[in-house]
Design a protein around this ligand. Structure first.
Ligand SMILES: Cc1ncc(COP(=O)(O)O)c(C=O)c1O
Length: 373
């Protein structure tokens, strides 16, 4: 990082906004000398690979978060013995910022992400980030990079808060220093086309007593090899099943999974092995309030396969911040593949519109989920 261009400390005073009271946080701001924004084609955004001008960063040293600041987005220098490289203490979150036609900016249930980051931190023996620090860093970053929030349909500013062990040493023990960063990427849709999934019968991403419920980097590393094998068979994602019996549907890639059998919407309960998705819990609430019969219960692979065979399987879709709601057009299990027929008025499209209208300020938000920034 280039720290030569330091501006004097600036006091950011965030007072009550929606339901949240923010502390007064002193953030140092170092603006980029040259914005990259004119080189970005906002009408054709990829997902998560174009980065905005600035990032928020702070280090945890001697028991406290120090020198929170906004700096130009750029490389971070680490010692080769930094424990992130050896012991994988690495957690992250995924959120989005939206802009409406009037140019007002919004987040969706941001405290859920701040809290889940801390749930992950506790499990990975890492320090928690105070919610006020998380929110004030994020809000200031969005102020400074507000021009990077795209407005075209289906696009948004993807936000990636993450923390890693920056303390040094080859001893297999928790690090004594950590770095927390929030970086952002103006992004288009996560999936390009139709999504076909393979129901996994051998590998597992998580186990009871493990870290599956945390957003730990290693959970994703564990998915890559089985997902590659699935992709060689023509599938975009794996639907994970329980590690013990592989008889129950759990989640998919970076999405929770919903199944519609006849008119009933089903999703698995969260557990040690499943991420407690913000999109998932919002969909359960919306579907219930909209009168869709909704059940949170274990779903067997057997019943999904049987429903595909007898025609009662109407829809499967994934739900997550990145993918929003992504209909799954077909699935493989063992040596069979199943293609779902199109249904009239799919729940996936209906619920996707409901949730994105709330996120982008096109609809009333009776739940208080949308937060102005
Ligand atoms: C493994 C996993 N499951 C589910 C989700 C969906 O969670 P959310 O809706 O909070 O983005 C994600 C994405 O964060 C994920 O990585």
């Amino acid at each position: 990082m280039n720290l030569t261009n330091r501006k004097p400390n600036k006091l950011f005073n965030f007072v009550a906004s929606n339901n949240f009271q923010f502390m007064t946080t002193t953030l140092r701001i170092e603006r980029t000398q040259e914005s990259k924004i004119s080189s970005v084609d906002f009408s054709n955004l990829p997902f998560g690979s174009v980065y905005s001008d600035h990032m928020f960063i702070t280090e945890f040293v001697d028991g406290e978060w120090r020198d929170p600041r906004i700096v130009p987005f750029g490389p971070i220098s680490l010692d080769p013995s930094a424990k992130i490289f050896h012991y994988g203490q690495s957690i992250f979150e995924g959120m989005k910022a939206y802009k409406d036609e009037a140019g007002d900016k919004f987040l969706f249930r941001p405290l859920e992400n701040a809290r889940r980051l801390n749930t992950s931190a506790v499990r990975l023996m890492m320090p928690e980030v105070p919610e006020e620090l998380f929110m004030s860093g994020l809000k200031t970053l969005l102020e400074i990079d507000s021009d990077w929030i795209p407005t075209s349909d289906g696009s948004s500013l993807y936000i990636r808060p993450f923390m890693f062990a920056s303390g040094n040493g080859f001893h297999a023990s928790p690090a004594d220093a950590y770095t927390f960063v929030i970086a952002t990427a103006p992004s288009g849709p996560y999936f390009g086309g139709e999504v076909r999934v393979l129901i996994e019968e051998k590998y597992a991403r998580a186990a009871n007593g493990g870290v599956g419920y945390a957003k730990a980097g290693g959970n994703y590393a564990a998915q890559f090899y089985p997902t590659q094998l699935a992709s060689e068979r023509g599938f975009n994602q794996v639907i994970w099943t329980d590690d013990n019996t592989h008889e129950y549907i759990e989640e998919a890639g970076a999405m929770n999974v919903f199944v519609r059998i006849n008119d009933t919407l089903l999703t698995s309960p969260t557990s040690d092995r499943i991420l407690d998705g913000v999109t998932r819990k919002s969909i359960i609430q919306l579907a219930t309030d909209l009168g869709i019969p909704t059940e949170v219960r274990k779903i067997t692979v057997k019943e999904v396969v049987a429903a595909a065979k007898d025609g009662s399987l109407k829809e499967i879709f994934g739900a997550g911040t990145a993918a929003v709601i992504s209909p799954i057009s077909g699935f493989g299990y063992k040596d069979e593949t199943f293609t779902l027929s199109e249904v009239d008025q799919p729940y996936a499209a209906f619920l996707k519109k409901k949730i994105t209208d709330i996120q982008t300020n096109k609809a009333e938000d009776p739940y208080g989920w949308r937060v102005s920034v």
